[in-house]
Design a protein around this ligand. Structure first.
Ligand code: HEC
Length: 140
């Protein structure tokens, strides 16, 4: 019985299903930049949610704008081309990246009002932007 349950769990685990995401062929240096950025994205998102949970709505908005929003765009421009993921991504993927920055800035504007309900309402568009790109693209 236990084994059957385990098998059922394994068969429904998406990670084991065939990976149908598009491969974005980035050079190793750009992959490294992207990976570091992504780890910081997750930290930023966690900070945002933690601040929201303690009703520090405006502070959550500031973190969103500085770390994920349009303010955070273009910070790789000074790197050698090889290490810049943005311009080497498929154009649609790059678009999803820009959508994510826009979603973070929209959240930041909602949070700047100090209204927790408004800020919460803008949060799924931000988390949804992470999910959208991850669901469609892989780099390896
Ligand atoms: C434009 C596409 C895109 C968007 C938007 C995006 N990601 Fe990613 N993310 C990727 C790709 C591609 C990888 C795989 C990178 C690799 O390992 O080469 C990745 C990897 C990661 C990883 C794993 C890093 C590791 O340890 O290897 C985390 C965590 C992550 N993303 C978090 C986030 C969060 C949080 C957001 C939203 C705030 C986000 N990402 C938005 C494309 C995206």
């Amino acid at each position: 019985m236990k084994r059957l349950l385990l098998l059922a769990a394994l068969l429904t685990t998406p990670a084991l299903a065939q990976d149908t995401r598009f491969l974005a062929p980035l050079p190793p240096a750009a992959q490294e930049t992207l990976r570091k950025e992504m780890l910081d994205n997750l930290l930023a998102l966690n900070e945002i949610i933690t601040l929201l949970a303690s009703n520090k709505v405006r502070e959550a908005g500031e973190v969103a704008e500085q770390r994920l929003g349009q303010t955070a765009m273009g910070k790789n421009a000074a790197l050698p081309y090889d290490a810049r993921p943005g311009p080497q991504m498929p154009i649609e993927m790059h678009g999803l990246g820009r959508d994510g920055h826009a979603a973070a800035s929209a959240f930041a504007r909602a949070a700047a009002t100090g209204d927790a309900t408004k800020a919460m309402a803008a949060l799924p568009r931000l988390t949804g932007s992470c999910v959208a790109c991850h669901a469609l693209y892989r780099t390896r």
